[in-house]
Design a protein around this ligand. Structure first.
Ligand code: XLS
Ligand code: NI
Ligand code: NI
Length: 436
């Protein structure tokens, strides 16, 4: 127990009419939608990083937050941070948490010392996870903060950095495996470039492909049953990140024969940075068969950088969970918040209130999405739009033995002049609005 959240009671469901800002109005963990409870559908997780590590700094100013565990540069303070973190997980009632190695332990003077500290913290977590404590959704390595990674991790021009990364990822995968983690995440960090003038693009992609292949091999070697997830992002911190978006990641996986081994962790804010909507990225992942998990941090639409705000739009959440449900729901994945408070939100209570609102928006979105699917509200019109393709004649055009000139001859004979039909977008938007 830490004293940090001592004044805050566990958050409970009070129903849609509640005016209590520290209660759930939609997230009722045990309420069932179909065969699963909301808790099982949403699989909420909270990431350590922005919640317990970020100090409130921005490019123009330093620390605004004063947490008792800062600067967390000793193992004692790391444990105090863990105590506060697990108190928050308990208050929110989230079933999962996530962390980067760097979030949970101060870096040691050597690689070996860093690994030792990580393992000590994992021992500490093991006790907190026992007896109904939160489970681990994913573990990951921070290979972007330290200056040794400034020119990339596995894509670094220096082979010693590549080797350093191998050791770091191995240690993090071991710990994730030991703690029963359900996924291992690789967000690109600084895998990208600032300028092509000093970058050998082909070589860097090759290095990244080999590295990922070895990560997958190691997963099988240690018997880790969870999923390996790549988290796409188009830019920031580098000018161009190699894992630009879901489609780019898929092309990369195909190239290295990893499309059945690796899935994606899609983040709302990263989708926006890539010039997509969140639902576009989710629909793409579903279609390509690589949907894994989500980071529910939204981006400001004007900023141009990753603002990692808590989600707060019911209609966006509804369209996102629509895609999640259409993908068959989460298996190993979940809904992770690695969101940031705004830097003026100083209090312990702000951290809790932000998650309460975010969890509630997701629950509301899930319920809307579930009802839209149950009522066939969007799939019905969508099927009708493509109904022409149901006939045997139409299907024959897609068969393996169909040819362009064969189809051309048919069209020329039939002399049908295709008649355009309305896409009815506004009517569909009205339908969505009825559900949110
Ligand atoms: C940064 C990413 C990061 C990953 C995990 O933009 O969102 O937080 O989720 O390394
Ligand atoms: Ni993320
Ligand atoms: Ni992000």
């Amino acid at each position: 127990m830490s004293q940090y959240f001592a004044d805050i009671a566990p958050v409970t469901f009070e129903g849609a009419d509640s005016t209590n800002p520290m209660a759930f109005r939609h997230y009722n963990p045990q309420e069932k939608l179909g065969g699963k409870t909301m808790e099982e559908h949403l699989r909420f997780a909270v990431c350590y990083w922005h919640n317990f590590v970020w100090e409130g700094n921005d490019p123009f100013g330093g620390q605004t937050f004063q947490r008792p565990w800062f600067p967390a540069d000793t193992m004692e303070l790391a444990r105090a941070k863990a105590d506060a973190a697990f108190d928050m997980f308990r208050i929110l009632g989230v079933p999962f948490f996530c962390f980067h190695d760097h979030d949970v332990r101060p870096e040691g003077d050597s690689l070996a010392e860093s690994h030792k500290r990580l393992n000590e913290m994992a021992d500490y977590f093991e006790k907190k996870m026992a007896n109904g404590g939160p489970r681990l959704l994913w573990g990951t390595a921070n290979m972007f903060s330290n200056r040794r990674y400034m020119a990339g991790a596995s894509t670094n021009p220096d082979p010693d950095v590549f080797a350093y990364c191998a050791s770091t990822v191995k240690a993090c995968m071991d710990v994730t495996h030991r703690l029963g983690g359900e996924n291992y995440v690789l967000w690109g960090g600084r895998e990208g470039y600032e300028t092509l003038l000093n970058t050998d693009l082909g070589r860097e992609l090759e290095q990244m492909g080999r590295f990922l292949s070895m990560v997958v091999e190691y997963k099988h070697k240690i018997g880790f049953k969870g999923a390996i997830l790549i988290e796409p992002k188009p830019q920031e911190p580098t000018k161009h990140q190699y894992d630009y978006d879901v489609a780019t990641v898929y092309g990369f996986l195909k190239r290295f024969g990893l499309e059945d081994e690796v899935k994606v962790n899609v983040e709302q804010g990263h989708a926006i940075l890539a010039g997509h909507s969140f639902e576009h990225e989710l629909a793409m992942a579903r279609t390509l068969g690589i949907f894994g998990s989500i980071d529910m941090n939204r981006n400001d639409y004007q900023s141009g950088w990753d603002t990692d705000q808590f989600p707060n739009s019911p209609s966006e959440a509804a369209l996102a969970y629509y895609e999640v449900l259409m993908a068959g729901g989460f298996t190993t994945g979940g809904t992770n918040f690695d969101a940031k408070l705004r830097r003026q939100s100083l209090d312990a209570e702000d951290l809790i209130a932000a998650h309460v609102g975010a969890m509630d928006i997701c629950a509301r979105g899930l319920k809307s999405a579930y009802r839209m699917i149950e009522d066939d509200a969007l799939e019905g019109p969508r099927r009708a739009r493509y109904a022409g393709w149901d006939s045997a004649d139409a299907q024959a055009m897609l068969a393996a033995d169909a040819t362009l000139d064969g189809i051309a001859a048919r069209a020329e004979q039939a002399r049908v002049n295709p008649q355009p039909r309305s896409g009815a977008q506004e009517k569909l938007e009205n339908i969505v609005n009825r559900y949110v």
